[in-house]
Design a protein around this ligand. Structure first.
Ligand SMILES: C[S@@+](CC[C@H](N)C(=O)[O-])C[C@H]1O[C@@H](n2cnc3c(N)ncnc32)[C@H](O)[C@@H]1O
Length: 237
């Protein structure tokens, strides 16, 4: 099953992913600075880090005075997030595509879901759960692989479909097959606008200067065509 393959891939990569997260160019100098730019003051705010990975975003939010809860489908990622952040946040194993039963309605000011929704085939339940746990006017910040990038990268011929796609990642230890779902732009925005959100800001990010020093080839590519898309939606009251 696809989900088991996704879990197994992240269980295999978790340690290496955690070791590299500080300076891995696509995370540290492309996704994080652009996604964080969408999030306003976090001091004193309550934040859900959905699909938290090894807890790097959580660490940043905690250092800025936020109260953080995080979950991830990979048990190893959850233990690494706990190790990184000690008792300063609450992390547990959970699947984005299942109801968030442990989380109370209207309990978060901000929900972040970074680089993870590409692993969820049908976004509707997840977005409804984000709506439920957010306070009125709360912010939902999402980063994903850019739908136009994926369309090209996976050489798709059926833009309007949500397609199961696979590729091999070589940047986190031994090569690992990654299963995910490619979707058109409409399927990235409509699940939000149909479920109580309006889109407030959308960025097609550019890499920072540090990226160029570590990986000049991809720096140039990303300056000519985006690989990720970061956006912020507001929960209507
Ligand atoms: C590319 S990593 C991003 C991690 C973290 N958000 C970050 O940006 O550092 C993707 C994460 O999504 C998690 N993931 C994949 N499918 C998931 C699901 N259905 N529910 C929860 N987490 C999931 C993986 O285990 C992995 O930790």
């Amino acid at each position: 099953m696809i989900k088991e393959k996704i879990i197994s891939a992240y269980e295999t990569m978790a340690e290496k992913y955690n070791d590299l997260i500080e300076h891995q160019p696509h995370n540290a100098y492309y996704d994080r600075p652009n996604t964080l730019n969408l999030i306003s003051e976090v001091n004193g705010k309550s934040i859900l880090d959905a699909a938290c990975g090894p807890g790097k975003y959580a660490e940043i939010f905690i250092s800025r005075g936020a109260n953080v809860t995080g979950f991830d489908i990979s048990p190893k990622m959850v233990s690494l997030a706990k190790e990184r952040n000690k008792e300063l946040a609450n992390f547990f194993v959970h699947d984005l595509s299942k109801p968030f039963k442990r989380l109370e309605a209207q309990s978060f000011d901000i929900v972040l879901c970074a680089l993870a929704l590409n692993y969820v085939q049908d976004w509707n339940l997840t977005i409804k759960e984000f709506y439920r746990v957010l306070k009125p006017n709360g912010q939902l910040v999402i980063s994903i692989e850019h739908p136009f990038f994926e369309y090209n990268y996976f050489n798709s011929k059926t833009y309007f479909e949500i397609e199961h796609v696979t590729c091999t990642w070589k940047g986190f230890g031994k090569p690992v097959e990654i299963n995910s779902f490619r979707r058109p732009l409409n399927e990235c925005l409509m699940p939000l606008t149909n479920n109580g959100f309006y889109i407030d800001k959308l960025i097609e990010p550019k890499p920072t200067e540090e990226f160029e020093k570590l990986d000049p080839k991809h720096f140039e590519e990303l300056n000519n065509f985006p690989a990720f898309m970061c956006f912020r939606a507001i929960r209507k009251s």
